[in-house]
Design a protein. Structure first.
Ligand code: 5GP
Length: 173
């Protein structure tokens, strides 16, 4: 069940996303920006932030999921890969939440192997205390503690993604 009041309301989210988008807009002026969303979780954050970024950009997506999450060798499966030629593009990876860092680290290395002009990472939520693999985050919406959260694209069993706010989720016992 979704508990208590939202951890971040829709208004708090929109105002933080605007701050991130402003920083990205000033950092990427004159660059060849390709915004890559990591699906499915980042779909809502992605669509909000690209609408607030004020420099021209191209869009693309990667669909990935990880399992064996308790191990640092946890495997990541890519179900759909980036279609754009990313060589010489300034790639901005847009992720919903970073937990162990395994998923993002895998995707980051996969992109770096294709020689982009640059690669930066924007994550909406960061559970820094849970990190098993060190992955550099350039833009972070909010740091959170070790709670399982849903809403704003994030799911439990593919539910709750449509909530416009972030809530803590606890399983019914
Ligand atoms: P990592 O590879 O960093 O351990 O896991 C990242 C992925 O795990 C995220 O993209 C997300 O799909 C999922 N995840 C991690 N923490 C949470 C959480 O609190 N809530 C939800 N809904 N998904 C999470």
């Amino acid at each position: 069940m979704v508990t208590g009041k939202p951890l971040f309301t829709a208004e708090q989210i929109q105002s933080r996303v605007r701050e991130l988008a402003d920083r990205i807009s000033s950092d990427y002026g004159g660059k060849n920006l390709l915004a890559v969303g990591i699906l499915r979780g980042a779909f809502m954050f992605y669509s909000d932030i690209v609408r607030m970024i004020r420099v021209p950009l191209s869009v693309d997506f990667i669909v990935a999921s990880s399992y064996l999450k308790t191990s640092t060798t946890g495997e990541v499966k890519v179900h759909y890969d980036i279609r754009e030629d990313i060589k010489d593009k300034d790639v901005l990876l847009i992720e919903d939440i970073v937990d162990s860092g395994i998923t993002l680290n895998y995707i980051r290395e996969r992109i770096l192997a294709r020689s982009p002009a640059s690669l930066r990472i924007c994550a909406f939520l960061d559970k820094r205390g849970r990190r098993e693999v060190d992955v550099p985050l350039d833009y972070v919406g909010f740091q959170i503690s070790n709670e399982y959260v849903v809403g704003y694209g994030l799911d439990y069993d593919n539910k709750f993604r449509n909530l416009p706010y972030i809530s803590i989720f606890k399983k019914n016992r």
